[in-house]
Design a protein around this ligand. Structure first.
Ligand SMILES: Cc1cc2nc3c(=O)[nH]c(=O)nc-3n(C[C@H](O)[C@H](O)[C@H](O)COP(=O)(O)OP(=O)(O)OC[C@H]3O[C@@H](n4cnc5c(N)ncnc54)[C@H](O)[C@@H]3O)c2cc1C
Length: 381
């Protein structure tokens, strides 16, 4: 099958196909969901219920943003993803993306913040540059020198999204199976059997290298959750905020009255299997300092949770969306910023699995691109 799905013969072939998805984090779930929408039979392998387990998609808050400096391609993919999230809100019948805005704290002469604002404005997207006074006026109690605000930004709730997707996929006949022990481009083996498929999609996050040699590295990222109930109603409207140079960012989750603080720069190499998930006192102290510098009334806030999560990163911080010569479809290397793009990624992986033309060009995400073997790039947050 090649070309955009359209002819009767193609639609028939899509409906006859049976695709396996190995890995039920957000990327696997969204791939399965789009395959189901196309009418394909799907078997989804994961040892855990969607939204639970040790994967990267399990948490209470993920930042959504459209700003990506001068990178118009990622801006355009983020806008497309924004629309897809809105469509998923309709399908799942609940809000998924809380439109709080995303604030980029600015240093004097900050090129990245300026370029982010400029790129968004040039293509007619809502973004503002605010002085410290304007920030405090809009969000009383918030301290910033200056900031760029991406008005399409906000907070996604992974636990809500994956739980709803689990129910949706189940009600549409997806076959759920456990841990995959072995796979190739046309079959997957678990403890019970080796089953054969028309295509296999691998979305196993930090476990990708159990199955294929992929140029990805897994790094350990620390997270500290502060009690922010003292902010009262202001917590509902507080934007995600981040600082490019230090890498620190904060995600308010009004649902549980908390603010999560973490750092986007890749941490030490690690792996979820066997990690004690302990946060170092030095990191907790740095997280508190970041929060207190911008929300002084939370400088003594209680820490209500400490956790460690793992990025599966590439050297250029772009994803891997590709098909091997043998035909195995791979979605990996989401480098700590993939969640927001997942509805689009799911469509692209589903299109690859069915041999369809992808709706956006994916050459940039090829597994054998040179940049995957180059210097590590620091992605702005
Ligand atoms: C701390 C942290 C903060 C982040 N913040 C943001 C953010 O603010 N905004 C944003 O857009 N992105 C963010 N990201 C990135 C985003 O969360 C990830 O890119 C995304 O969740 C990756 O999803 P995934 O499905 O590829 O991997 P995972 O969610 O890890 O899923 C992989 C799945 O594979 C399963 N699996 C493993 N082995 C097997 C096997 N043998 N058989 C079957 N299944 C198997 C696992 O159980 C797991 O469910 C963050 C990531 C982390 C870790």
């Amino acid at each position: 099958m090649t070309g955009v799905a359209g002819t009767a013969a193609q639609l028939h072939a899509i409906r006859q196909a049976h695709v396996a998805v190995v890995g039920g984090g957000i990327m696997g779930a969204m791939t399965a969901a789009h395959l189901i929408e196309l009418g394909t039979e799907v078997t989804l392998y994961d040892p855990h219920r969607l939204g639970s387990g040790p994967g990267a998609s399990v948490d209470t808050g993920r930042s959504f943003r459209v700003h990506y400096g001068k990178d118009r391609t990622l801006v355009s993919h983020a806008v497309r993803s924004f629309r897809l999230w809105k469509a998923w809100e309709q399908k799942l019948g609940r809000p998924l993306l809380h439109a709080t805005g995303k604030m980029l704290l600015e240093e004097p002469g900050d090129r990245h913040a300026f370029e982010s604002w400029q790129t968004m404005r040039k293509i007619g997207l809502p973004a503002d540059r605010l002085s410290g006074g304007m920030v405090a006026q809009e969000w009383p109690g918030f301290k910033a020198g200056a900031a760029t605000v991406d008005r399409l930004g906000g907070v996604l709730e992974p636990h809500v999204i994956l739980d709803a997707l689990h129910v949706w996929l189940k009600s549409r006949g997806v076959h759920f199976r456990g841990e995959a022990m072995d796979l190739d481009a046309r079959s997957v083996e678990d403890e019970q059997a080796r089953l054969h498929f028309d295509a296999v999609v691998l979305t196993a996050g930090a476990w990708t290298r159990r199955f294929i040699e992929a140029p990805v590295e897994v790094t350990r990222q620390e997270l500290v959750y502060f009690d922010a109930a003292a902010l009262g109603d202001r917590l509902n409207r507080l934007p995600v905020f981040s600082h490019m140079e230090s890498g620190f960012y904060a995600i308010p989750t009004a649902g549980d009255g908390r603010i999560k603080v973490a750092n986007h720069h890749p941490g030490p190499v690690g792996h979820p299997d066997g990690d004690d998930r302990k946060v170092t006192p030095a990191f907790e102290q740095a997280a508190r300092q970041f929060l207190g510098a911008h929300l002084p009334e939370l400088s003594e806030a209680e820490v209500v949770r400490r956790h460690v999560c793992f990025y599966t990163g590439t050297a250029d911080r772009d994803f891997i969306l590709d098909r091997t010569r043998e035909g195995l479809v791979i979605g990996a290397g989401f480098s700590g910023h993939g969640f927001k793009f997942s509805p689009l990624v799911g469509r692209l992986l589903a299109q690859l699995a069915l041999g369809l033309k992808t709706e956006v060009a994916i050459d940039r995400f090829a597994m054998h691109r040179q940049a995957l073997h180059g210097k590590l790039i620091r992605l702005a947050v």
